[in-house]
Design a protein around this ligand. Structure first.
Ligand SMILES: C[S@@+](CC[C@H](N)C(=O)[O-])C[C@H]1O[C@@H](n2cnc3c(N)ncnc32)[C@H](O)[C@@H]1O
Length: 261
């Protein structure tokens, strides 16, 4: 396997990232509400009965999707460990969790009204196959939502400045905004929405240090422990030179596509 494949083919089950994933990526409820309200501003919830949370991981967005769209949500992910956390967290909710991936989505043709894919695109090896699979499971006029960092949004994050190897991984595997627009549009989808969304990631510097320190980002998991420790030290020193730091924001791109006819 070449170096590019190694960095982009990160296998969650070969790590223990599932243990602290939720704590390291926890979003305040008003930020989750913000994401849902952007989706609801572009998508008529009355047309959505069945949602696929593709690459659902621990189910961070499964519950808000089920509640805000009043819909049944299928969570699909290749990682048994991430899925187990989701199953433990969301028993009794209008959802199920099944092992699978973008290579072969374990759902029937035209079964789904909306596919939501958060922070998964950069992990997908065969993106053309993935989009064909999404197209297959979507009904006519179904919606495909991609929430992902891009090369363009990378500069809004503090942490990559302190972890050069992790930054290199992100730069190698992250798409440009235009890559996503071009590839998905070429596969029978129309662009409905394409805008970066600002989200509060941490309430202050200490909260930011705590979350990054949990190492819930796959590129931080992929670097050596020594580089991780050095980066944390430098980031701590950086924040100490700053005036008291308020909330820390970051930008994540949201793309919404509609099946074209
Ligand atoms: C950063 S996590 C995102 C989880 C969740 N969507 C969220 O936003 O919290 C990336 C997830 O994508 C999954 N994944 C990786 N490759 C995938 C693929 N080809 N198809 C579906 N999911 C994949 C991983 O197992 C992992 O759970």
């Amino acid at each position: 396997m070449d170096r590019d494949s190694q960095v982009s083919q990160f296998h969650y089950d070969c790590t223990n990232i599932h243990i602290d994933y939720d704590k390291s990526r926890e979003l305040p409820s008003e930020i989750v509400d913000r994401w849902m309200s952007v989706l609801l501003s572009e998508i008529d919830k009355d047309e959505i009965d069945r949602v696929l949370d593709l690459g659902c991981g621990t189910g961070r967005f499964t519950k808000p999707l089920a509640e805000n769209f009043d819909a049944f949500v299928h969570g699909v992910d290749p990682s048994a460990k991430m899925l187990q956390v989701a199953m433990d967290n969301y028993q009794g909710l209008a959802c199920d969790f099944v092992q699978g991936s973008t290579d072969e989505i374990p759902l029937d043709d035209s079964a789904i009204d909306m596919v939501f894919m958060s922070m998964v695109y950069h992990h997908v090896q065969d993106k053309g196959k993935a989009i064909d699979e999404v197209r297959r499971v979507l009904k006519r006029s179904g919606k495909f939502c991609i929430r992902n960092s891009t090369i363009e949004s990378m500069d809004s994050y503090y942490w990559p400045h302190f972890f050069p190897s992790a930054r290199a991984i992100e730069l190698r595997r992250s798409p440009h905004q235009q890559d996503i627009l071009d590839l998905v549009s070429a596969t029978g989808f129309e662009v409905v929405y394409s805008t970066p969304v600002q989200q509060e990631f941490a309430v202050n510097a200490a909260d930011y240090m705590r979350k990054i320190g949990l190492r819930g980002l796959s590129s931080l998991k992929a670097i050596s422990d020594a580089e991780f420790a050095e980066g944390m030290k430098q980031m701590d020193e950086f924040f100490r030179t700053q005036e008291a730091h308020g909330p820390i924001f970051e930008s994540i791109d949201l793309f919404i596509f509609s099946v074209d006819g």
